[in-house]
Design a protein around this ligand. Sequence first.
Ligand code: CTP
Length: 402
Amino acid sequence: MLQGKHIVLGVTGSIAAYKAALLVRGLVKAGAEVRVVMTPLAKAFITPLTMATLSKHPIMVDFYQPENGDWNSHVSLGLWADLLLIAPATANTIAKMANGIADNLLLTTYLSAKCPVMIAPAMDVDMFQHEATQNNLHLLQQRGHQIIAPKEGELASGLVGAGRFEEPEIIIQQIETFFSKEGKLHGKKIMVTAGPTFEPIDPVRFIGNYSSGKMGIALAEEAAARGADVTLICGAIESYPSYSNIKVVKTKTAKEMETACLQHFSDCDIAIKAAAVADFTPMEVAEQKIKKHDSEEAPIIRLKPTTDILATLGKLKTDHQILVGFALETEKHREHALQKMAAKNLNFIVLNDAKTPGAGFGCNTNEITILFPDGKEQHFDKKSKHLVAQDILNTIENLLSN
Ligand code: CTP
């Protein structure tokens, strides 16, 4: 898959640097030619000997070899590379890259490189979430670099949160999809919806649901990694995707999401509706905060149905478009999902069980069954939402080839 690709791997001083060894091994195994540039501090975390042995080339740290004055040319290295991958990238290196600081060979290589750049951050959750780091990452994204979002989990410090270096095999997959420009989704326009909708009761209260938007974001990121032109229409989600080529349209209510979907649908080849849209919304929204003592009794909130956005899109769908929906069920799973697929005119429906541990709202994993209109179905074991997104997009690619 990566046969003959020239990859410069920049390794910085993070505890996750040991995983860079697996990264080099995997890249070389996939056929890539790898040159490793390390920051001086990275040497404290993983030895140059390990990296040189795995990459089959001497690693580079200094501007020149102190023993013989041999020059390590960052310019030719930058020009040689088809891809510059900085993994793991510390907050320090990210900040220097954002600001054009050039005080080590990795940074001068970065400034000389003409190739695409991917950055896989690894750091403590507080450092990652700090406004300074987020601004720097945003700036690098604006420059067109791809950020491989760190995952949530237990960190070396003992803290738990975002900042955990993405697994080497996932990074390699992302690199492979990045190079597979001939992928079937390349250039396709894909609309993905994600997250909950909030239906206002008064200026401070709303009716919502527990959707985090993680499944929709994973779908948007995976589609973008496969070269699709992605629009993500989302409700109030916890975090936003890390790819620069995803257009994010923020909405709040079911009505706003409907308007945005209708605006984008006619132009798209594929639409995947992973959002948890409210089925009902208050008939009236109080202009002022409803006070506890406004009436003797507890207030009654009268609801009216929202538009079923997916069903509306199903009516508008042309033969050239692929429309995919989700069904989150707690009972009679298959029966309900099949009804929804037929009623909403879908190419397939992704069924998940709200009661299965590790599936559905909020968690990082999901367990799905894909049902097709011809009665066929395919079950997938529980896995990360990122891998579930791959299964769903592989299914779409199969439809495109039939
Ligand atoms: N959906 C939608 N607009 C709505 C409600 C749902 O577009 N107003 C979409 C969801 O994004 C999902 C699919 O329809 O892809 C199924 O949603 P789900 O909540 O499982 O089912 P409903 O059709 O709302 O039916 P019910 O709530 O009765 O199960």
